[in-house]
Design a protein around this ligand. Sequence first.
Ligand code: DC
Length: 218
Amino acid sequence: MINIAIDGPSGSGKSTIARFLAQKLNILYLDTGAMYRACALKALKLGITEYTDESVSSFINDIDLKIEYVDGVQKTILDGEDVSSKIRENAVSMMASNISALKPVRLKMVDMQREVAKGLDCIMDGRDIGTHVLPNASHKFYITASSKVRAERRYKELIERGQNVDFDTLLAEIEQRDYNDSNREFAPLRQADDAIYLDTSDMSIEEVLNFVLERIKG
Ligand code: DC
């Protein structure tokens, strides 16, 4: 059974690596960040702007959230609507980071993540995969890069998608999200003791992919 856990802060390149590996190894890829983003979108739809255990408990257990695959590509379906693009909007990122700190949200999402991957070879990326969601994963990686490099990557990605963003604001947001995700009480972003650490600041995607593949083939 192959279970690969990839954790790290936003913009570290982990989703690019996960997507590539899933294709190469022909296994399922679950982008868990998309699920927290969908929770934030749901709260927004309900007009919930203050996130507390009570406010999220009013909807989280009945959330109509489905993960589907079309030609191997993950689609995030909320209330029957494909929100795969909407959840990528920059404004959703900080909301997702904030809502993901709450225990009721994490309990529900982790249940769903384990259910999607049950009995399947899979690769998941997120913040707590190696430490919490798949503690017995066969391979674990912790992938990071300096905040400046991560902000540059994210800036490029958003500009290419036609979103209007300011670099310094983006950098400040990334650092704020790092802080939120690493300092929350429940299942914070942390390298698992048995994860392989990789700083990709000065690496090309090809170099990162080769590094990871070699460790997996090991
Ligand atoms: O990976 P991402 O940027 O799409 O994730 C959005 C937010 O969701 C991120 O700031 C923290 C949260 N998240 C989490 O807490 N645990 C995960 N496994 C994945 C994402």
